[in-house]
Design a protein around this ligand. Structure first.
Ligand code: XMP
Length: 548
């Protein structure tokens, strides 16, 4: 599987890490929300997003976070996430039991519920039959209804995933719901501790949002005040305070994250921010020129467009191995970017450059603090090997508290055009991983023309915003054909269109036959040198989205 190595990761590895805020204080809009303590569950990020959808801020901390770290957020409540372990495993993750007596409301979900039960003297045992998937939850026999279940039907279809279950609730607790095999909900109203065995955060759970809302608003009395506008104002303020009169640079990739980050920082410091957009010669048809124009004319950004096509293609000469292509492109990108940054820094008339702006998102941050058991290992996932010595810049990462959908919303608030906000993801190494085998100018040109047709037809069919990615791949495979009276022996284009939520899994898109037909006919007629078109019907897993 190709290692996703983005420009962000490559750049971040070369600079001193420094957040927008250096001290421990949190911005005002992040206070009074919910702290989600992570036991390593697959849905932890989803819990945090669901809470934010209710306009309540949520921060994910490893379960090993100290009470002091938790209190820094002045949280209205704490959620204990699910996790893959059994509470009886030798190295089962735990959090500080003081969390349960800190006078802060607690919601335990799945493993979180089991940990609460075990810690407070209840009984947890392996269930005779592991419950996984859909189940029926009944609260109608446990009246009066628990606070989390108020105004909800007495029977709900829920989503379960557990091997242990609570068989006796701790003293002071009351069972508020059951599934066929297990106690599925409990509460201690006076201590404001609530727990459910199932996953209210997943869509398959009926009324899951209502259960979370009951926790947020009925139990925690949280205020729904997490909004894009407040975030923009606070971030702009924080950046102004931090940079003083110094300058910053930003590497734009043409994608949503770097564009929103640059637009936000530009609002704070205007033309003290210089952006660099590098043409690596591996962009799609007309992309360099069109994106540059959009940055300058529609967003008013101060952008240097740097054409380094020759340098990148020179690095790729004779290279066929995908990871080697990625490495060389990453290295060359850093070389080009640092040279340009140094040139700018050396411009004596202006203030020195002190900062590098990055579009790091919350999932990248969480990934580097997530836990595997109690010995929380911090992954330095930004560290990409083989990079040059540190650049003398500190990082500004204005999006590091946001999920992708929130970044789009902030982008919309900032007035960014739709064409950037709904743009399909595009890999950092660009078309180099879509020209299979050696990357030559001729093959790049065939791929660009074919790819443009794929995207035009997908747009024309109204499918661009419904699909995750849609692109062409050029295969170094020749096949025989006939055109007019002549025999052809040309190359093959594979068309790849996928549906996905997050690129972790993907399904091939069932395109209408007419759309496939138009794509195929146009490519073979309009792109001289390509004589065959195939459609990729591999899902991920087992395939990946990209071919290299
Ligand atoms: P795969 O091919 O691993 O791709 O299923 C998942 C998502 O990541 C993108 N991708 C990359 N992005 N650098 C990037 O910035 C890379 O090297 C890279 N490889 C894959 C891919 O387009 C898809 O959205």
């Amino acid at each position: 599987m190709p290692m996703a190595q983005t420009q962000k990761q490559i750049l971040a590895a070369t600079v001193t890490k420094l957040n927008t805020r250096q001290d421990n204080s949190k911005p005002k809009s992040e206070l009074g929300g919910i702290v989600v303590l992570d036991f390593g569950g697959q849905y932890t990020q989803l819990i945090a997003r669901r809470i934010r959808e209710q306009q309540v801020f949520s921060a994910i901390l490893p379960c090993t976070a100290s009470l002091e770290e938790i209190r820094a957020y002045e949280p209205a409540g704490i959620v204990l996430s699910g996790g893959p372990s059994s509470v009886y495993d030798k190295d089962a993750p735990v959090c500080d039991p003081a969390v349960l007596s800190a006078q802060i409301p607690v919601l335990g979900i799945c493993y979180g519920m089991q940990w609460i039960a075990k810690t407070l003297g209840g009984k947890v045992e392996p269930v005779p039959r592991r419950e996984y998937g859909r189940a029926e939850f009944r609260s109608e026999e446990c009246l009066p209804a628990g606070v989390l279940l108020q105004s909800l039907p007495g029977k709900l279809k829920i989503w379960n995933s557990h091997g242990d279950s609570v068989i006796a609730v701790p003293e002071g607790f009351r069972t508020t719901g059951m599934t066929e095999n297990a106690i599925a909900a409990m509460e201690n109203v006076s201590r404001r501790i609530h727990a459910v065995q199932f996953h209210p955060e997943v869509n398959h759970t009926e009324q899951g949002t209502s259960i979370l809302r009951n926790f947020l608003f009925a139990v925690c009395k949280a205020e729904p005040k997490w909004s894009g506008v407040a975030f923009i104002e606070e971030t702009v303020d924080a950046i102004r305070k931090k940079v003083g009169g110094r300058r910053a640079i930003c590497a734009l990739s043409g994608g949503v994250d770097s564009t929103v980050a640059a637009a936000l920082v530009h609002r704070a410091m205007g033309d003290q921010l210089t952006n660099i957009f590098v043409n690596n010669g591996l962009l799609r048809k007309d992309e360099f020129e069109d994106t540059l124009t959009m940055y300058r004319e529609r967003l008013g950004l101060n952008v240097i467009g740097f054409d380094a096509t020759e340098r990148f293609l020179g690095q790729l000469k004779g290279i066929t191995e995908p990871e080697e292509k990625r490495k060389r492109i990453g290295r060359e990108f850093i070389a080009v970017f640092s040279e340009e940054a140094q040139r700018l820094s050396a411009e004596g008339r202006q203030e020195p450059i002190g900062f590098l702006v990055q579009g790091t998102l919350y999932p990248d941050v969480i990934e580097s603090v997530s836990v595997k058991g109690p010995s929380a290992t911090i992954k330095t996932h930004h560290n990409v090997g083989g990079l040059p010595a540190k650049m003398p810049f500190a990082l500004i990462e204005p999006l590091r508290d946001l999920f992708k959908d929130e970044v789009r919303r902030i982008g919309r608030e900032l007035g960014l055009p739709d064409e950037i906000l709904v743009k399909h993801p595009f890999p950092g190494p660009g078309l180099a991983v879509r020209v299979l085998g050696e990357v030559t100018r001729e093959h790049l040109s065939l791929l660009r023309d074919s790819d443009a047709i794929v995207r035009q037809e997908i747009r024309a069919a109204g499918l661009y915003e419904k699909t995750w990615q849609a692109f062409a791949v050029l295969l170094p495979v020749r096949s025989v054909g006939v055109m007019g009276d002549g025999r052809t022996y040309g190359l093959t284009v594979a068309v790849r269109v996928v549906d996905s939520e997050d690129a972790m899994t993907a399904d091939w898109t069932r395109l209408p036959a007419e759309v496939l037909e138009r794509i195929s006919t146009r490519i073979v007629n309009e792109v001289t040198g390509v004589t065959r078109v195939v459609y990729d019907i591999t899902s991920k897993p087992p395939g990946t989205i990209e071919w290299e």
